[in-house]
Design a protein around this ligand. Structure first.
Ligand code: SF4
Length: 340
């Protein structure tokens, strides 16, 4: 099959498939918010966050003027909190400059924008004919061309980029990037691709060579590390809860948490054996975070800056998932006791 015919078939498939893009917009602000949130979550989970974010910060000025805590509050539960900080910084840059980026290069200069987002935004918002290479594009092209080079390393990236650019001589990126993203998520899916319903089957080398399972070639995954934390729950006589703000460049940067102590695995095991306490495990991209909550004052030997916050206000702070779970559980009990 010739490339021209492949692209016409894809355009026809896309038109017929009538895939809805609820948040698609030419507004750079909305396009940027949607791209950023959907980078780390699927539409089903990310949708409510997009709606909440756009409602709370309807334009770039409202986002730039907001306190970072307000941004984190809306972001809470999405993970990758650094992205929320970078969005806040980017909003300030745009607000100060008084205009949005006009090219892919200018998008790349904004905090938090990588090559994929820059390509997607420049093609959708600025109509620039440039590639936007995400996981979908990598998978689809690796299968069409049966690529045996690692698409995440320099040589593989260059090759992939040149193949996509060649496609863009037949169809403008404004349309093409959306078609490939939709084709990747609806037909050429990571697991069980719908080869029998695929308009590109004749063009697909991996289909012919029976290498689909191995394309794209797998990244070598490092095993995830485990980290262990004791959290301390203590409400004083004035019904104030001890809380800590995590400022370090580490997990949960900028979020509030119960006062904590990081411990080794051996101690973790003994803490679990000694007491019947609440535990929680959170899976992040590179590590597992194991927490246990003890209902007692934070030991004074831990030199951390504890803020005493009214329970009713503490509940409203942006916080990590473990702390949120413990607070939801334990604060309820406190509220009942307070009314008794
Ligand atoms: S034939 Fe299968 S593997 Fe090849 S592009 Fe189509 S869906 Fe993907």
């Amino acid at each position: 099959m010739k490339l021209e015919i492949l692209i016409q078939s894809l355009q026809h498939w896309h038109k017929e498939s009538r895939i809805q893009h609820e948040w698609k917009s030419n507004s750079p602000y909305q396009a940027w918010v949607v791209e950023t949130i959907l980078q780390q979550t699927k539409v089903a989970q990310g949708g409510p966050y997009i709606n909440r974010f756009l409602q709370r910060f309807p334009d770039v000025s409202s986002l730039a003027r907001a306190a970072v805590d307000e941004v984190l509050q809306v972001w809470e539960g999405l993970g990758y909190y650094r992205r929320a900080h970078l969005m806040h910084q980017a909003a300030k840059v745009v607000e100060k400059k008084g205009q949005w980026p006009q090219t892919k290069e200018e998008w790349l200069n904004l905090p938090g924008i990588g090559p994929y987002s820059a390509g997607a935004l420049a093609s959708f918002v600025n109509n620039e004919n440039c590639p936007a290479i995400d996981g979908n594009v990598i998978r689809v092209f690796s299968r069409w061309y049966d690529l045996a080079t690692d698409p995440y390393r320099a040589e593989g990236k260059r090759h992939l980029n040149s193949l996509v650019e060649n496609h863009l001589t037949y169809c403008h990126a404004n349309q093409y990037n959306q078609i490939i993203m939709d084709f990747g998520s609806n037909i050429c899916k990571p697991k069980s691709p719908l080869c029998n319903a695929c308009v590109a089957q004749v063009y697909c080398k991996s289909y012919k060579e029976r290498t689909i399972e191995n394309r794209p070639i797998k990244k070598i995954k490092r095993p995830k590390a485990h980290r262990y934390f004791i959290l301390y729950w203590h409400v004083n006589e004035s019904r104030q809860l001890g809380m800590v703000k995590r400022e370090a460049k580490d997990i949960w940067q900028g979020l509030w948490t119960l006062p904590y102590q990081e411990i080794e695995m051996a101690r973790w095991k003994s803490v679990q054996e000694e007491i019947n306490a609440l535990t929680h495990r959170q899976t992040l991209s590179h590590q597992y975070i194991n927490t246990v909550v003890l209902q007692k004052k934070t030991p004074t030997c831990l030199s951390i800056d504890i803020h005493h916050i009214d329970l009713a206000d503490a509940i409203l702070l942006p916080m990590d998932r473990s702390t949120r779970q413990y607070i939801d559980h334990l604060a309820k009990d406190y509220a009942l006791r307070g009314r008794a």
